[in-house]
Design a protein around this ligand. Structure first.
Ligand code: ZN
Length: 210
């Protein structure tokens, strides 16, 4: 897991509450070396936060800001993948046209950083919710250019997992895996597209009693 400070969010306009110091988690391109790890029955791990009001079927609002059709499709397909797992995964995604305060802000750009994409947030409140109930997803059109449409969708599914509050796992395709929250390209060849059982278990553990 790579955590670093994201200095400033000046590109977000009209948000009095936005401040620098957001926490950012990046999907690394680097594929970790092949290490055989003991695989626990469940591998999911959690970030500090989660959405407020998303338990038994609540809406997760998202809105596209500056984004090209390629990455709109990647994110749109990915949220559809998560929704298809409902009611096993918490809440449902709701696309907003005008909501100025969505729970997930989605955009793309050609960025200098090396990751495929990032998910970020502004901290976590005392009850384990995302500050301001907001998260931000950015796709790097420069580093993702050579990924197939399917792979872009899987990257988007991974970023959505972060917005749910899921951290990275290191499972392979077998054992407790596969998991869309695994970093790198290995998950692309696990069959199907995710989210997989471990991802859904992780989201359920975050939001639902069982
Ligand atoms: Zn990640």
């Amino acid at each position: 897991m790579r955590l670093k400070k994201w200095g400033g969010r000046r590109e977000v306009k009209g948000k009095a509450l936005v401040k620098p110091g957001s926490v950012l988690i990046a999907s690394l391109i680097a594929v970790s070396s092949s290490v055989v790890l003991a695989t626990p029955a469940q591998a999911y791990s959690h970030l500090c936060g989660r959405f407020f009001g998303v338990g038994e079927g609540g809406a997760i609002s998202y809105r596209y800001y500056s984004i090209t059709p390629t990455y709109q499709k990647a994110f749109g397909d990915a949220q559809g993948r998560w929704d298809k797992t409902s009611p096993n995964s918490p809440g449902h995604f709701s696309k907003q046209q005008t909501n100025s305060d969505p729970m997930v802000e989605v955009r793309d750009g050609s960025y200098t950083w090396d990751a495929w994409a990032t998910a970020s947030w502004q901290g976590c409140g005392p009850y384990g919710h995302w500050s301001y109930n907001e998260t931000y997803v950015k796709f790097n059109s420069r580093t993702m250019a050579n990924l197939t449409a399917r792979e872009k969708k899987i990257v988007a599914t991974h970023e959505i997992g972060h917005t749910y509050g899921l951290a990275h796992v290191s499972t392979g395709c077998g054992g407790a895996g596969p998991a869309v929250m695994r970093q790198g390209q290995g998950k692309f060849s696990c069959g199907s597209d995710g989210p997989w059982s471990d991802d859904i278990k992780g989201a359920r553990a975050k939001y639902l009693a069982s």
